[in-house]
Design a protein around this ligand. Structure first.
Ligand code: UDX
Length: 457
């Protein structure tokens, strides 16, 4: 894949054709070297820009300089190392100096959910303040951080009071696990900008991505696009999860239902995979924030509200399915949990369905052995000793009364089911991602629960 990306980037270096009066490549500072900032910074460097990624965490910056990634993201290590070597990418904690020497400053710091469910924008506010203090000529300040609708306008005014700044909202649509390829082939780039000068700079900056739609709009609309997109996708997932729950009892196969629905272009086939509920750093947080904003404006978002409620129920429905297999009491039962990350190809466990499922299993007195190819380190922060972490899949399933597959890693999709049969104590499996070979499981005598495919159990 990297070969393709590099080729893509090289072919795309045709900056000569970019907008007049805008020098390119540009000097870019990215404040915040987390998942968003890192992929963005390394991606822009690959396009030829001179990028400095910043963070207050000195250890993290030190490691990044050595080419050690703080997160697991396919393709990222290679991208960072190549651009470090090419001297287009650097890492620093010296935010003031980096701001002063850059033309475009991206804000890519976290906006976590606060104690009352509100979005905590204090990191963004602090970065904006620092940028304002380092005014030294015209700069574009661009937010990648997801901020509540209306925040951008306030920041724009605040920055204008400090110096010659234009504020741009450029929402992030990268998916974890495929963020690097998403960066180079985005479905669209959305840019909320209200000055011609800043628009030209953003056009030139993203010119290598111009074979994909680049959509310019105003700041508040760009902010809304981010929340509305993620909420719509959350609704789509909750919808298919509810259809799957109905299929569980009617006998229909949700996979066929999803295929049949998806063939209609107006519906589309993507995001119709039922599962244990959506998690991750965006959907749970963004749906709540979208609701919160709407409430402030006294508008009801009943669809989003329903998607959140259905998602909560869906996670716990997995426990009901475990009980269907094991009987009402889970006390003393050995559960093998395969998958802790909120989805495959990431080490991220934020809002992972696994968290609530582990909690419920522990409360029921079950004993849990877990395995995930990448996410165990992060889950250990939340459950340091309540469950047992295993080095291999095989170790996790030894003596299991029930195996629960929660994340659709390839390693689980492709596992040798005969070996699984030999290791477990009881041939009971809950495939919460509908990703196993049911003919084979049936042949081996497994009793299977899944999500909405009753005919293949
Ligand atoms: C999401 C958005 O897709 C991305 O555009 C945004 O900017 C960041 O949030 P991400 O959280 O990385 O990306 O993962 P995504 O692939 O969208 O999946 C989110 C959750 O939905 C996961 O828990 C996943 O397992 C679940 N999901 C997704 C389903 O249950 N069924 C589906 O069909 C698709």
């Amino acid at each position: 894949m990297m070969k393709f990306l590099l080729l893509f980037a090289l072919l795309s270096y045709g900056f000569e054709g970019s907008s007049e009066n805008v020098s390119s490549p540009q000097r870019v500072a990215v404040v915040g070297s987390g998942y968003v900032g890192l992929v963005l910074g390394a991606g822009l460097a690959e396009m030829g820009h001179s990028v400095i990624c910043l963070d207050i965490d000195e250890k993290k910056i030190e490691s990044l300089r050595e080419g050690v990634m703080p997160i697991y993201e396919p393709g990222l290590h290679e991208l960072v190392v190549n651009n470090l070597r090419a001297k287009r990418l650097s890492f620093s904690t010296e935010i003031d100096a980096a701001i002063r020497s850059s033309d475009v400053i991206f804000i890519a710091v976290g906006t976590p959910t606060g104690a009352q469910g509100e979005t905590d924008t204090s990191y963004v506010e602090s970065v904006v303040k620092t940028i304002g203090q380092n005014a030294n000529g015209y700069k574009v300040v661009c937010s990648k951080s997801t901020v509540p609708i209306g925040t951008g306008k306030k920041i724009a005014t605040q920055l204008k009071d400090c110096g010659d700044f234009d504020y741009v909202s450029n929402p992030e649509f990268l998916r974890e696990g495929s963020a690097v390829s998403d960066f180079f082939t985005p479905s669209r780039t959305v840019i909320g900008v209200e000055s011609e000068r800043a628009k030209k700079i953003m056009e030139a900056l993203y010119e290598p991505l111009s074979s994909q739609p680049v959509f310019f709009t105003d700041i508040v609309s760009a902010e809304t696009i981010k929340y509305a997109s993620n909420s719509f996708l959350a609704v789509k997932i909750s919808f298919i999860n509810e259809v799957a729950n109905l299929c569980d009892v009617t006998g229909a196969d949700v996979r066929d239902v999803a295929i049949g629905m998806g063939l209609d272009d107006r519906i589309g086939s993507k995001f119709l995979n039922p599962g244990p509920g959506f998690g991750g750093s965006c959907f749970p947080k963004d749906t709540l924030a979208f609701l919160q904003t709407a409430k402030e404006f006294e508008v009801d978002l009943k669809m989003t509200e329903a998607a959140i409620a259905a998602n909560k129920t869906q996670k716990l429905r997995m426990i009901k399915k475990a009980r269907n297999l094991l009987g009402e009491s889970l006390e003393g039962q050995n559960i093998a949990l395969l998958g802790l990350a909120f989805k495959a190809n990431t080490d991220d466990v934020r809002y992972s369905p696994a968290i609530e499922i582990i909690r419920a299993l522990i409360e029921s007195g079950a004993s849990v052995k877990a395995y995930d190819p990448e996410a165990m380190k992060n889950m250990k922060i939340l459950f340091p000793s309540e469950i047992e972490y295993c080095k291999t899949l095989k170790e996790a399933v030894v003596g299991a009364d029930l195996t629960i597959l929660l994340t659709d890693w390839d390693e689980f999709r492709e596992m040798d089911l005969t070996v699984l049969r030999d290791q477990v104590r009881q041939p009971l499996i809950l495939d919460a991602r509908n990703c196993l070979d049911y003919d084979e499981l049936n042949r081996l005598g497994f009793v299977v629960e899944n999500v909405g495919r009753p005919n293949v159990r």
